[in-house]
Structures are given as structure tokens and as C-alpha cells.
Design a protein around this ligand. Structure first.
Ligand code: ASP
Length: 334
């Protein structure tokens, strides 16, 4: 059988880190990573691109664009792409790539590790082997391979700082999993609706606010003065926020009437927000906010950044949030 052609793009992270005396810092490129992966060349024809060498805390909007462009440039010549990346912001990068790489018809699999690849107890080798298996398996779209599981990019959340089960697939099943009999695929490939397109414009004028009981409404006026164009609010439970004594609703209405897009998600990790259930939620809806439904916070924040890069029109932003672009919203939450 002909070997699958895979492009390995490296960006840094613990997987490529060594102890710098100042703590772990990324140092290794693709050549050093592949030195630890002796079984790979037997199965895959591998090209490499060392794109950046960053702790993922330093990966921001500009790096997302650089990564998305490198993926777009490599797609035609490869069956799949593997990206190594730090775990800390991996879920944000994975979500953003889901939106930027429209109608992706090949696998783009992101992986990393909790322990550097040169450590005897590393999880890096397992994760990289799993990522290559996923990239060669035709699980189309952006995913994260970690701890032998394949998670859709816009459903992944980092839930552990140290444990090897570092990522969970929130409100959606796994795309695949490595078992004794190999990689099991749990989904039919998502068939793209159109031809692949790179849409990498985005806005960094997005703020995430986690409510606490007694949050002051004035915070929203401050955000407005700072020219934020989009705000994601992690509200309570199904999507509530207080309106007695400290009336957050009035402040929010001022914002939305001035054209700021406000998306409400839940502080709960699992299940959807539903603003129609309680009075505190329905009052919110009449303030012009957008429901984040069952999206993760990471998926909602990156979607708002991406949507504001496509349009200035709040009505179009709302429409984008009423559409499932890459599996970030379940059909029954729409
Ligand atoms: N601080 C590292 C990073 O995100 C953590 C990791 O890769 O696991 O780059």
C-alpha cells in the first residue's frame, strides 16, 4: 500500500521543551521530535515545517493566522497534516482553525504532550503516533489527538494541568480512539459543503467575562470605552445573570443597542445554556444577547473573534452564531 503523505508542522509546547534553567521552554524542532518516533517513516511519507517555537501561552491571533496559512499552503500536497502545539491554549487554536479553514476535506490533527518527548515517562510518543494515525485515517476537519483519543477541535477543553487525560470532548462524542485493534473511527466524515477556503480575518476586540454573584454592571461600560466589539459572558447555569440591586441587564442593553455583540454561554462545562427556561434568561434575550447554546467557552470566544473578522454587522454576527460551522453546535441545540 502506498504510504500516506503527512506534513508535520511544529509550533513549540512542552512536547518540544527542554529545561532551560528558567523552567521548561520549547527548543526542539521536527528533526529532534522525529528522532524519537522511529516507527513513523515506515508508515508515512513525512514532510516537515518548523513554523515557530513558542510556549502556547504566547500563541495569539497572529500565530493562529500563521498556522492557518501554513496548513492551507500544505493541504494540496498532503493527505493530512499534524501540528505539534503546547497544550495550554491548544483548544483555542483548534477551535479557531475549525472556523478559519472553511470546508476542510482533509484531516488536520493537533497534538502535544504533558511531558517533553525526551523524558522517559513522556506521553509525547503515544500522542504523536495517534495524531499520525488520525491524519492518515481521513477523519476530516480539525481535531486534537491526545491520550489515544481524537476530539473535534471545536469541542475540546483542557481539563487537567498535569494528568494525561488532559482534554475532554465537551457535549460531543469522540471522533475516534485507539484500541487494541487500532484506530477506531466513531464518525462518518463530515462532508464539506463547498470548496476549501482559507478565511483568516479575525478581530482581537473580544472580551471574556466570567460572572460572579455581585459583578458590577459598570464593567460593561468600561469594556465599551475600551472599544471591545464582542463580549462572551460565562453566565450562571442555563444562562442567568442578576438584575436586582446590580442590574446587569440594563448595562447589557446599552451595549447591544450600540452594536456590540454579546454571546452568553454557561459556567457549567457540560450541557447547553438555554435562555428561555428561567425569567433571568428570558429577560436577557430581550436585551439583544446571543445564546451560545452548547458551545464551549473556547469555541464561542474564537467564533466571535472570527465572526467579527468577517463582518461589522451585528445581524450577520447573530446569523453566524445561529449556524453550525464545524460541529461546534449540536443539531438539537439549534
Ligand atoms: N506551557 C506548555 C504550553 O502550552 C504546556 C504544554 O504544552 O503542555 O506550551
Amino acid at each position: 500500500m502506498e504510504k500516506k503523505k503527512i506534513l508535520l508542522i511544529t509550533t513549540g509546547g512542552t512536547i518540544a521543551s527542554k529545561n532551560s534553567g528558567d523552567g521548561l521552554a520549547p527548543e526542539m524542532g521536527s528533526k529532534q521530535l522525529l528522532d524519537y518516533m522511529e516507527a513513523l517513516p515506515e508508515h508515512y511519507d513525512i514532510d516537515v515545517e518548523d513554523l515557530m517555537s513558542l510556549d502556547s501561552s504566547n500563541i495569539q491571533a497572529e500565530e493562529w493566522q500563521t498556522i492557518a496559512r501554513a496548513v492551507a499552503a500544505g493541504l494540496d500536497d498532503h493527505d493530512g497534516i499534524v501540528i505539534t502545539h503546547g497544550t495550554d491554549t491548544m483548544a483555542y487554536t483548534a477551535s479557531m482553525l475549525c472556523y478559519m479553514l472553511r470546508d476542510l476535506d482533509k484531516p488536520v490533527v493537533i497534538t502535544g504532550s504533558q511531558v517533553p518527548i525526551d523524558n522517559m515517562l513522556t506521553d509525547a510518543r503515544d500522542n504523536l503516533y495517534t495524531a499520525f494515525a488520525a491524519a492518515g485515517s481521513g477523519i476530516n476537519g480539525v481535531s486534537i489527538a491526545f491520550n489515544r483519543k481524537i476530539i473535534r477541535g471545536c469541542r475540546a477543553v483542557k481539563v487537567r494541568t498535569m494528568g494525561f487525560e488532559a482534554f475532554e470532548s465537551v457535549n460531543a462524542g469522540l471522533l475516534g480512539e485507539v484500541y487494541g485493534d487500532g484506530l477506531r473511527k466513531y464518525v462518518q466524515d463530515r462532508r464539506p459543503n463547498g470548496i476549501f477556503e482559507l478565511k483568516d480575518s479575525l478581530s482581537t476586540d473580544v472580551f471574556l467575562l466570567k460572572l460572579i454573584p455581585s459583578t458590577k454592571p459598570e464593567i460593561f461600560d468600561t469594556l465599551r470605552r475600551m472599544n471591545y466589539r464582542g463580549i462572551v459572558i460565562e453566565a450562571f447555569g442555563l444562562g442567568g445573570m442578576h438584575f436586582i440591586r446590580r442590574n446587569l441587564l440594563d448595562a447589557l442593553e446599552r451595549l447591544t443597542s450600540e452594536g456590540v455583540s454579546v454571546v452568553v454561554v454557561s459556567q457549567c462545562l457540560y450541557d447547553a445554556s438555554d435562555l428561555r427556561f428561567y425569567e433571568v434568561g428570558t429577560k436577557l434575550l430581550s436585551c439583544g444577547v446571543i445564546s451560545g447554546r452548547d458551545m464551549t467557552t473556547e469555541a464561542a470566544v474564537t467564533k466571535l473573534m472570527w465572526a467579527l473578522g468577517q463582518t461589522d454587522d451585528p445581524k450577520r454576527i447573530r446569523k453566524i452564531f445561529e449556524t453550525d460551522l464545524a460541529g461546534e453546535i449540536a443539531a438539537d441545540a439549534l
